[in-house]
Design a protein around this ligand. Structure first.
Ligand code: TYM
Length: 331
């Protein structure tokens, strides 16, 4: 049995990128493995949310985890800030993380470009906090999307470095995971880039989106003037539409539009209508469960309490052992 750990930042509603990159794997893994899935609210402080937004977004992600099918009886579902042992391990790991390697991290360079007015130390040390999240439970598998690959590589570095420094074989090497297949990157609707919240309005389809919103966003997706020679290569925005279709539509539907493309007969308007309907079909059960669960305060707080207890038991054991390894011993 593997120990599985993963998390999602509470920055608003979950989108199809989160679902196909991560959450879908969480749901299948909970049946076979010892799983810890959390809401990365410490991480979201790097963008300075207001207290109301922070609290509301944590609740939203917890509800969406449950609506998507995570079972708190099978997996440990918890809120990162409920486990302060994570922050202590983050402190220890920071002592052995070097400025140069943190500055070279691609996500840090992206953030400098996205928020030049707020390049804080939390952004720089984002990978050590993420490593703490993972190794606090001694995880072996981490279901994530392609954009997290480098963070996982850094996590292995930090874990191995700890083992070497203290001459122990304590932390295992966690691997990014997607059911034996390569990690996924779900594209956005605006032509280039991944689906994500910070990639522009209209770029992401959320699990909680109403049908009208989905139709509007899909119909506005970037396309081109269409193919002019048979079997020609698809430019990026068109490839993206096909990739999105391949995750929500049937194989027959994808093949149908692929044939039309290859014969230069495709009408993107028709393809988008079909894609929007298939996305609506896919998201509707989520949306309905999200609405029901949002009102069930008692259940939400029960789930959060249960998760906190289980996650802390595991984290406290690791921190106790780590303290001893480092040399913090009581007199
Ligand atoms: P976050 O919150 O940006 O995204 C959560 C998960 O969704 C995946 N994802 C995608 N996958 C494919 N295509 C996309 N367009 C797409 N957009 C998002 C991400 O890869 C991720 O798996 N640093 C993490 C959160 C985190 C974490 C951790 C994850 C904190 N600590 C420990 C795993 C283990 C993040 O910001 O993901």
């Amino acid at each position: 049995m593997e120990i599985v750990v993963s998390g999602i930042r509470p920055t608003g509603n979950l989108h199809l990128g989160n679902y196909f990159g991560a959450l879908k794997n969480f749901i299948s893994m909970q049946n076979e493995h010892d799983c810890y899935f959390f809401i990365a609210d410490y991480h979201s402080l790097t963008t300075h949310p207001t207290p109301q937004d922070l609290h509301g977004n944590v609740k939203q992600v917890l509800v969406e985890y449950l609506a998507a099918g995570l079972d708190p009886e099978k997996a440990t579902l918890y809120i990162q800030s409920d486990v302060p042992e994570t922050a202590e391990l983050y402190l220890f790991l920071n002592m052995n993380a070097y400025i140069g390697e943190l500055e070279r991290c691609t996500s840090f360079k992206d953030k400098i470009r996205q928020q030049p007015q707020n390049v804080n130390a939390g952004l720089l040390t984002y990978p050590t906090l993420m490593a703490a999240d993972i190794i606090i439970h001694k995880a072996t598998k981490v279901p994530v999307g392609k954009d997290q690959e480098q963070h996982l590589e850094m996590t292995r570095q930090f874990a191995n470095r700890f083992n070497r420094l203290y001459n122990v074989d304590y932390f295992p090497e966690p691997q990014a995971y997607n059911f034996g297949k390569s990690l996924v990157r779900i594209p956005g609707l605006l032509g280039s880039g991944k689906m994500g919240k910070s990639e522009g309005e209209g770029n992401a389809i959320f699990l909680a989106d109403e049908p009208a919103a989905i139709r509007k966003k899909v119909m506005r997706a970037v396309t081109d003037s269409g193919p002019t020679t048979p079997n020609q290569e698809k430019p990026e925005p068109i490839q993206n539409l096909f990739q999105l279709m391949s995750v929500v539509s049937s194989k027959d539907t994808v093949d149908h539009f692929n044939d039309l493309y290859n014969n230069c007969q495709i009408r993107y308007g028709d393809m988008k209508k079909q894609l929007a309907e298939d996305m609506i079909h896919f998201t509707t059960p989520f949306r309905e469960r999200i609405k029901e669960l949002l009102n069930d305060e008692a259940y939400i707080s029960k789930v959060a309490r249960m998760g906190k207890e289980k996650a802390r038991a595991s984290a406290a054991k690791t921190i106790k052992e780590v303290r001893e390894i480092i040399g913090f011993k009581s007199f």
